[in-house]
Design a protein around this ligand. Structure first.
Ligand code: KIV
Length: 274
């Protein structure tokens, strides 16, 4: 039968130079359904779930089981978008065999279409093993949050000429190894443009400027649900304020007896007529 979704890996690849890709993270069924119906081509079940939904201060504590759980929910809601599962810290770094086994869980148990891994040339062997065994790979270079302790914080990458050239070479290595697209996070826009021009596959920007082939936002940043929006993100709604107002209004209605009203009550029971 093949993949009957509108957005598959081949179509994402073919979009380079043809149309821009507006990608989003998603972590649950309800939001995935809405984003899917809005025509978002790629939904990443990011390990950012650790911060957005689970309250951790980094992505490092996120486990395979948590990622499988959230990926399955997103996959149930996405009938047209490509669903990419983010491989969490230590699920692919130990060995290629372990990476392959864990990546396979996302397709087999959770219904993902592809996986994302952090790292460039270092991951070539793994990217080859995954793609040759039927698991499409989205690469991720630039700021790689699973390496926050080595990078010394969530800092802009590729700021020197050498660092920019290094990113171009990391992207070329992923492209040659078979990645179907590459996420490029937190780099100056000229580096975003240079990396995009250097590879045949789409480069998806997370704070890498307008010249990339697509953009990716964390859904909670787009919806205005995060406390601190990063510089590169644009909130398209102010849901935190809307939710706060709704919670307050509900509490007040219960306290003053306005809710529930007669319209929220079932017809009286037989006993009430006695
Ligand atoms: O976990 C995540 O949400 C990500 C994206 C920001 C690329 O890795």
């Amino acid at each position: 039968m093949g993949n009957m979704k509108t957005w598959n890996v081949a179509r994402i690849k073919a979009s380079k130079g043809v149309c821009k890709l507006p990608c989003l993270t998603a972590y649950d069924y309800a939001c995935a359904r809405l984003a899917d119906a809005a025509g978002i081509p790629l939904l990443l079940v990011g390990d950012s779930v650790g911060m957005t939904l689970l309250g951790y201060s980094s992505t490092l504590p996120v486990t395979m089981d948590q990622m499988v759980h959230h990926t399955a929910a997103v996959a149930r809601g996405a009938t047209e978008a490509l669903v990419v599962a983010d491989m969490p810290f230590l699920s692919y770094q130990i060995s290629v065999a372990e990476g392959l086994r864990n990546a396979g869980r996302f397709l087999q148990e959770a219904g993902a279409d592809a996986v994302k891994i952090e790292g460039g040339a270092l991951r070539v062997e793994l990217v080859k093993a995954l793609t040759q065994n039927g698991i499409p790979v989205l690469g991720h270079i630039g700021l790689t949050p699973q390496s926050v302790n080595v990078l010394g914080g969530y800092k802009v990458q590729g700021k020197t000429r050498e660092a920019g050239e290094q990113l171009v070479s990391e992207a070329r290595a992923l492209d040659a190894a078979g990645a179907f697209a590459i996420v490029l996070e937190c780099v100056p826009p000229d580096i975003g443009a240079a990396v995009t021009a250097a590879v045949a596959v789409p480069v998806i920007s997370v704070g890498a400027g307008p010249d990339c082939d697509g953009q990716m936002l964390v859904m909670h940043d787009l919806l205005g649900l995060t406390e601190h929006t990063p510089k590169f993100a644009k909130p398209y709604a102010a849901l935190a304020e809307t939710m706060r107002a709704a919670f307050r209004a509900y509490a007040a209605d219960v306290q003053n007896g306005t809710f529930p009203g007669p319209e929220h009550c079932y017809a009286p029971s037989e006993a009430a007529k006695l």
